[in-house]
Design a binder for this molecule. Structure first.
Ligand code: ADP
Ligand code: ASP
Ligand code: MG
Length: 436
């Protein structure tokens, strides 16, 4: 293998000890030439992520609270890393500039991005690799959407002049030079873009678990590891909350057909999970994984002969569009349709939306079910096997979980159920146990 792009998550670079592990991983394989660090994450479960503290600094400034205490905390974490690693690098002037920028009204994205910026400066010094600032190679349009073509072009140009490079994850800049971040967890996306631009052989994503597990380890203790998974399955699982990899990190590498390997910085000998394009011919596993998200509202609408009423769904969707609300899912039957909307989208506009639907669409009934969770059971094996859905429903009914909504995506690799938030953990456990 000639070129491997490596991305290290926050916990992998949370302190000097973790930096040492990262260096050992990189020097153990000559092909690991391009490195994308996140900001320092939590050292223990009660610790804070630097990114969260930076957002807090921004909030303090905007509410007139002094940022001295929080900023000192951030400063000490970086100084501790540099001192412990005995680097010939004075990080203080960088920190002073950032503090000044924050006090002078820098944006929230600028604040958040500095965690990765500083970590990349430290890591490039520690590894002896070139530092390339993400603001010069990751480009956003003025609507804050990534300019994919421009980014790939710039990355290709800049990276071709260096053999070994560190690029901070999570952010870039727009045409006016303003710093723009991806959504949370976005260093994964930076890593994927670098991988695609180089047409690298492999994208290694180093984190604190030995790959993708069949379910969230915070809910199921010791879930089975997944040795290989397709991009499509992973996309479904990451989108539904399996947070190991940012859902948008899949597209750049999938387009180029480059595999991703999720690895554990704390157990570098473990092989982790390979994310690949084509399914292996392995029928042993019916389902690949289970993931879910809480806090949705389901608006359930019935109307006799809905199926033959032209434009019924369009009217509903245009109401959502007028209120700038995107929906998650829209399962429908002959005379029924459900809107599944995340509460973060709905922002207390439920009654308004319901009233407008009543007025515009004249439904027979309209019911609102708040506090819902969605659980996706995903697996390429599902399309070929009978009885998967009934196994899921039986497991849920035996666990006394009421199913409020069912949707089998058109891809036949995902069965989605809507349940109440307070049954979330119980439902994931029941489904997991029924397949293991
Ligand atoms: P990083 O900071 O390295 O990017 P993340 O916190 O983004 O790491 O992702 C790793 C975490 O994802 C794990 O620590 C684990 O708690 C969580 N997680 C959720 N679902 C899964 C799953 N199905 N398999 C493995 N980890 C999962
Ligand atoms: N540090 C950023 C976050 O906490 C980005 C990342 O970790 O990928 O969201
Ligand atoms: Mg992450």
């Amino acid at each position: 293998m000639n070129t491997i792009v490596t991305k290290f998550g926050g916990s992998s670079l949370a302190d000097a000890e973790q930096f040492r592990k990262v260096k050992n991983i990189i020097i153990s394989n000559n092909a690991r030439k391009y490195v994308i660090p996140s900001a320092p994450g939590k050292r223990t479960s009660k610790d804070s992520k630097i990114t969260d503290l930076l957002y807090l600094c921004y909030a303090h400034i905007n509410t007139g609270i002094s940022l001295d205490d929080v900023f000192d905390h951030i400063k000490n974490r970086y100084i501790d890393i540099v001192t412990d690693l005995k680097l010939n690098l004075d990080i203080r002037p960088y920190l002073d500039t950032i503090k000044r920028d924050l006090e002078n009204g820098a944006s929230s994205d600028y604040a958040a991005s500095r965690g990765e910026y500083l970590n990349a400066i430290i890591l490039s010094n520690y590894l002896g690799f070139e530092f390339i600032d993400a603001k010069d190679v990751i480009i956003f349009n003025n609507d804050s959407c990534l300019n994919y073509d421009e980014t790939l072009k710039l990355l290709k140009e800049k990276l071709s002049s260096f053999d070994r490079v560190v690029i901070p994850g999570f952010y870039g800049s727009d045409k006016d030079g303003n710093i723009i971040t991806f959504s949370r967890g976005g260093s994964d996306v930076t890593g994927a873009l670098v991988t695609a631009s180089l047409n690298a052989d492999l994208y290694e994503n180093w984190t604190d678990v030995s790959g993708f597990l069949m379910a969230d380890p915070r809910i199921i203790s010791n879930p089975k590891p997944i040795s290989t998974i397709t991009y499509t399955e992973l996309r479904e699982l990451s989108y539904m909350g399996a947070s190991v990899l940012h859902e948008e990190a899949i597209f750049p590498v999938r387009n180029a057909g480059i595999p991703i390997n999720i690895r554990n910085t704390n157990r570098p000998k473990d092989k982790g999970t390979f994310i690949i394009k084509d399914p292996l011919n392995d029928d042993s596993q019916t389902i690949t994984g289970i993931a879910g998200k809480k806090n949705f509202t389901v608006i359930s609408i019935t109307k006799a002969l809905m199926n033959s009423e032209l434009g019924f769904c369009r009217k509903i969707l245009s109401i959502l569009e007028q209120h700038n609300i995107s929906f998650e899912n829209m399962p429908s039957g002959i005379d029924t349709v459900c809107l599944v909307i995340s509460d973060s989208q709905l922002k207390n506009k439920t009654s308004l939306i319901v009233e407008e639907i009543k007025r515009t669409c004249n439904p027979d009934t309209i019911e609102v079910h708040p506090n819902m969770a969605l659980i996706a059971t995903v697996g390429k094996g599902m399309a070929k096997q009978k009885g998967v859905a009934s196994k899921i429903f039986t497991a849920l009914s035996e666990a006394d979980v009421n199913i409020r909504m069912i949707d089998q995506g058109s891809s036949e690799i995902n069965i989605l159920v809507g349940i109440e938030n307070n049954n979330f953990e119980k439902a994931i456990t029941a489904i997991y146990n029924s397949f293991n």
